[in-house]
Write a protein that binds this ligand. Structure first.
Ligand code: GDP
Ligand code: MG
Length: 475
């Protein structure tokens, strides 16, 4: 990954293949002059920045290849922070390749993946967290993921990280003054003032960490396991949520012997749905293997849909599944359950007392309604599924307040925050336990550095290279 911004780079910015329009983007000192040798405008007036021009794309002999638009942005008021020219042509891969080829002959260099955004970062247009948000935005597979990326791009995460860094600096600066100027009359900082600043940073870091699990789920999609004894309607539910006949539905118990996994956007959240076989003890080796997969799916899931057949009394198998859910930590924070009472078109045969006992076994009362919810549906009559979908999204997002608290979606950010949290705790302990205040300085420095990894102040070139190399070409 080149870190020089001295040369002019070029790339096709639109996806591979045919399309209505295709865009070739040039960035760097020669961007405008190269573009003007490829693009012939009607008017002969000098190019004005932040303007669009209609004209023709011409080859070296001046023969028109296509018509289109030229957009010129003057740095620093551009995406990359440098002079940018964008040629909009028809979305023909042949034409777009020709434009790039001409630009290369005129002295441009083919951009590496993510190099446009890297330049935006190197020129200080955006910080590293914002640059990563650009990649997250492009990769977003749900509305919630796109919303989250947009907030990170707007600087919400960066602002929190900078606030924490500010508080750490406010503690560090007076300590360093006493180290740097021991002879001078530098006032000795009050321990309690320093501790208050550190506590301020700790509060911000803790809040960011608290939302990190949810942030990851929103970005990558929630894993949602559909569990229940045979014939309650699990495969029917999977098909209904996917709006496709993916799993075989039959009145014969035990049709689904393997787990089936498919993704869908439900209530604006990406979900990976896993239809499972039951969990009953069996001698059949195929069913045993299916059970193991069901358990593995349970172990990984962020949300469980526990399907009951409302038209039949409970069985030992229902109770066993409830126990397994509880054993896997469902019904407690971060692992919500939705009890889906299916077959509402048939008479209700669930005994209320046993049903209440079952719910109580699933989640302690203080966790209701945050970690357990109930929905009554009929999958054959298509009743109650919209409410179920809304409930699924609510359980994952945890309501608007929780959703907006979730700013941390990348493992890299979470790791940096954990390091900062631990260092802040050590430095606070140093001060509280009466050690010389200078001893807190290096931990505070390291905490600053850890947080700077998120926004990019303290990042190494290697790490930058590996982050931007995952971007797409032309971004
Ligand atoms: N009456 C009624 N039957 C249903 C309903 N949902 C599913 N079924 C039937 O229940 C049987 C088992 O469904 P299936 O989805 O294969 O259950 P699974 O074994 O849990 O995957 C099938 O015959 C379905 O048609 C429902 O809401 N009402
Ligand atoms: Mg099934």
């Amino acid at each position: 990954m080149p870190f020089s911004t001295a040369d002019t780079i070029v790339a096709i910015a639109t996806p591979a293949g045919q399309g209505g329009v295709g865009i070739v983007r040039l960035s760097g000192p020669e961007a405008w002059s190269i573009a003007q040798q490829i693009f012939r405008r009607r008017s002969k007036t000098p190019i004005r920045p932040q303007h669009a021009y209609y004209g023709a794309i011409v080859d070296g002999a001046g023969i028109a290849l296509d018509d289109g638009l030229l957009l010129c942005m003057r740095g620093p008021r551009s995406y990359t922070g440098e002079d940018v020219a964008e040629i909009n042509a028809h979305g023909s891969p042949v034409i777009l390749q020709r434009i790039v080829g001409m630009a290369l002959r005129l002295g441009a260099r083919a951009a590496e993946p993510g190099e446009m955004t890297l330049r935006a970062f190197l020129h200080g247009r955006i910080d590293l967290a914002q640059a990563e948000a650009v990649a997250d935005m492009i990769a977003a597979n749900s509305e919630a993921a796109a919303r989250q990326a947009m907030r990170q791009l707007a600087g919400d995460l960066s602002a929190q990280v900078q606030a924490a860094r500010g508080a750490i600096l406010a503690a560090l600066a007076p300590i360093e003054a006493t180290i740097d100027f021991p002879e001078d009359e530098v006032p000795i900082p009050e321990r309690n003032d320093l501790l208050a600043r550190i506590a301020e940073a700790e509060t911000i870091v803790a809040a960011l960490l608290a939302g990190a699990g949810r942030g990851r789920i929103v970005r990558d999609g929630a894993r949602c396991v559909i569990i229940g004894r045979p014939n309650v309607g699990k495969s029917s539910l999977l098909n209904r949520l996917l709006r496709a006949d993916r799993a075989i539905v039959t009145p014969v118990a035990g049709t689904t012997r393997d787990t089936i996994e498919e993704s869908a956007q439900i209530g604006g959240v990406a979900m990976h749905l896993v239809d499972t076989a039951g969990l009953a003890a069996t001698d059949d080796p195929i069913e045993r293997a299916g059970m193991q997969r069901s358990r593995a799916a349970l172990a990984e899931a962020d949300l469980a849909l526990f399907v009951l057949d409302r038209s039949e009394p409970f069985t030992a198998h229902d109770r066993q599944i409830a126990r397994e859910l509880a054993d896997h930590g469902f019904g407690r924070p971060a692992r919500p359950i939705i009890v889906v009472r299916n077959k509402a078109d048939l008479p209700d045969a669930l005994a209320p007392r046993s049903y209440r006992a079952l719910l109580a076994a699933l989640a302690p009362p203080e966790n209701v309604p945050a970690t357990i919810a109930e929905c009554t549906v009929s999958l054959t009559q298509d009743f109650g599924v919209d409410a179920l979908e809304a409930e699924m999204a609510r359980m994952i997002l945890g309501g608007p307040a929780q959703e907006s608290a979730a700013l941390v979606a990348r493992a890299r950010h979470q790791e940096a925050l954990r390091i900062a949290r631990d260092l802040l705790a050590t430095s606070a302990a140093t001060l509280r336990d009466g050690f010389p205040i200078e001893l807190a300085a290096s931990d505070l420095h390291e905490a600053l550095r850890a947080l700077g990894l998120i926004t990019g102040e303290t990042i190494t070139e290697d790490l930058l290279g590996s982050i931007f190399s995952t971007f797409c070409i032309g971004k």
